[in-house]
Ligand binder design. Sequence first.
Ligand SMILES: NC(=O)c1ccc[n+]([C@@H]2O[C@H](COP(=O)([O-])OP(=O)(O)OC[C@H]3O[C@@H](n4cnc5c(N)ncnc54)[C@H](OP(=O)(O)O)[C@@H]3O)[C@@H](O)[C@H]2O)c1
Length: 225
Amino acid sequence: MGVNKKTALVLGATGLIGKALVKTLSENGYYQKVHLLVRRPIEIESDICEVHIVDFDELHKYHELFQVTDVFCCLGTTIKAAKTKEAFRKVDYEYPIEAAKLAKENGTEKYLIVSSMGADTKSLFFYSRVKGEVEETLSNLDIPSLHIFRPSLLLGKREEFRLGEKLAEKASGVLNKIMIGPMRPYRGIQARKVAAAMAVVAQSNKKGKHIYLSHEIDSMVGFSV
Ligand SMILES: NC(=O)c1ccc[n+]([C@@H]2O[C@H](COP(=O)([O-])OP(=O)(O)OC[C@H]3O[C@@H](n4cnc5c(N)ncnc54)[C@H](OP(=O)(O)O)[C@@H]3O)[C@@H](O)[C@H]2O)c1
């Protein structure tokens, strides 16, 4: 596939990672079209991005939009925002899985998803368990080229105020400096770094399943935190 011939679809384009990713994909010159599936109107300054307001409970209705080379999933919510475990699971498990099935049916080459550090089907924590489950189900779908990113605490400017994450972000300014050696994987990471790493991996020819831990994502891209 030549430069400027690829097409992409992004889920979660309005999020911290998603926004940075859309900017990168719009500017890196590899894509001729990027479809953004969102649930509310957004302003976007890009000639190649096309915004589609969709009902995420009915993703199959938009299956033709999944005829792209790369699908990026940056969806996610919090228990606080979702209010129930079921609603959380919808966003962090059901939508990504439905999207992956549609991508596979349409012959998409790559599926790239943001999971999380600690993703584990056997975790005591609901959040980490759901992340583990989404990874496991994706692995069983036999997607030709599956890329799972497991960042630690995301750093960056959010529209929404999240007290816990804000405090953790402040602490990570100090902690990141002393988290060396075996502690390095636990350092906070800039959301835009995760987005940049996703864009880099999307240009690789790697087949099969690949998992990227936070410190690996961190060292994949050049700019500093
Ligand atoms: N926060 C952290 O420190 C952290 C650490 C490790 C991993 N992660 C994971 O990284 C991923 C991306 O995180 P982020 O902080 O960039 O996410 P974010 O800023 O919270 O954005 C989440 C995206 O998902 C969309 N979304 C949420 N609920 C939805 C719903 N019910 N229907 C449709 N779309 C919905 C949001 O759309 P709207 O803008 O319309 O709400 C937004 O585009 C998530 O999977 C998260 O679990 C986060």
